[in-house]
Design a protein around this ligand. Structure first.
Ligand SMILES: [Zn+2]
Length: 93
């Protein structure tokens, strides 16, 4: 299926999202980003949260993201990936 690399692309989204929001992506990067967002519920939600943050703080720059924030995002995406790749029902933590 053409979805099989979705997880990798989601992690790319985390790296690109600040550039995206500042309009700093190249045209082809942006097209790819938009296409992914349109197809990925997780990234749509993440983008919405980032936009809400920007509304609150005025702007968001890559350097405003602390290492802790980046770690949190990475953990978030890893959790989504685990959920997507675990077919059986598992107990809640
Ligand atoms: Zn995604």
């Amino acid at each position: 299926m053409f979805w099989q690399r979705k997880e990798l692309v989601c992690q790319e989204m985390v790296e690109l999202i600040t550039d995206y929001l500042e309009g700093a992506l190249s045209r082809s990067q942006r097209r790819r980003f938009d296409a992914h967002i349109a197809a990925c519920e997780n990234c749509t939600e993440y983008l919405r949260q980032m936009r809400a943050t920007i509304r609150l703080t005025g702007r968001l720059r890559a350097e405003d993201m602390t290492p802790a924030m980046r770690e949190e995002l990475t953990a978030l995406y890893q959790r989504w990936r685990e959920e997507e790749t675990t077919p059986e029902e598992t107990s809640e933590e």
